[in-house]
Design a binder for this molecule. Structure first.
Ligand code: GUN
Length: 265
């Protein structure tokens, strides 16, 4: 199934699940920036939530708000029993500590999976694992290559693949070109999350390889992935219409998990 088909089907199932709930699941997005990319991500999250019957509120704060001011707002939602999930959209203004804010979110409501005590995993890597499993793509024993080591994608992706018993290698901006080429040529599963248009282009790959392209690179108004399209491999996720949809779907699923945890306790 393509990612679009998979996400549409999963959303139908979520819609039915939410319809059967007495209390409507709800989450809050706190935005403290004027970043157009964030605006676009947030629009996507609000649209998805609406489609499956989940309530969402956007609380847009001035980028000049103090750290203490933001923490107070976070705390208000942490303690509001009608709110089951809480997202503080990144990036934050420079005068606010990202770590402090991430640690301030009630771990039970942390649907981004950013808090070390959160029971949930970050949405992009977990969404990718969900899709690989839905396609019956074996992970155990496979050689997985993760390109990029961000806290949101690369590192948690490597951890989740490792937990599924893949043999995982992480490469990054300081990796030797030769090493990268050798690893690419041997990898069964390749996750590319470096944020550079067509970072992987013509390098030799296995025909049986699965490529997951996490890149969203806007150049002159056009979106490009981190991988040149239509490589000769078993599966390559498209950009747009690929991993972004998986991330958004996983956010809804994380919210429902948080909802059950909060409402059943
Ligand atoms: N900024 C870019 N991606 C994300 C995300 O997944 N969650 C939050 N909170 N901010 C982001």
């Amino acid at each position: 199934m393509t990612i679009k088909e998979y996400v549409a089907k999963q959303k139908q199932l979520l819609c039915i699940e939410v319809e059967g709930l007495q209390v409507k699941p709800s989450f809050v997005i706190i935005q403290v920036n004027d970043d157009p990319a964030s605006d676009s991500y947030i629009r996507g999250k609000i649209k998805d939530a609406g489609e499956v019957g989940i309530e969402v509120k956007l609380d847009k704060l001035s980028p000049t708000i103090s750290e203490e001011g933001l923490l107070k707002v976070v705390n208000k939602y942490n303690n509001d029993p009608k709110v089951h999930g809480l997202i503080v959209q990144m990036p934050l203004p420079k005068h606010i500590s990202e770590d402090r804010v991430k640690l301030s979110v009630n771990p039970k409501k942390d649907i981004d999976g950013f808090h070390p005590l959160s029971h949930l995993n970050p949405c992009t890597p977990q969404g990718i694992i969900d899709y690989l499993e839905s396609e019956n793509i074996a992970i155990e024993g496979k050689s997985a290559l993760v390109i990029g080591r961000s806290n949101i994608v690369g590192k948690p992706m490597a951890k989740l693949l490792l937990n599924k018993n893949a043999t995982v290698t992480i490469v990054h901006s300081r990796t030797k070109k030769d090493d990268l080429l050798n690893l690419l040529a041997r990898a069964d599963i390749i996750v590319v999350a470096v944020g550079k248009k067509w970072f992987v282009s013509e390098e030799p790959l296995k025909e049986s390889a699965v490529i997951i392209d996490v890149g969203i690179n806007r150049v002159d108004g056009v979106l490009y992935g981190d991988v040149k399209p239509e490589r000769n491999v078993a599966l390559q996720t498209p950009v747009p219409g690929g991993v972004g949809l998986l991330t958004r779907l996983r956010l809804l699923k994380n919210l429902l998990e948080a909802y059950y945890e909060i409402c059943n306790n």
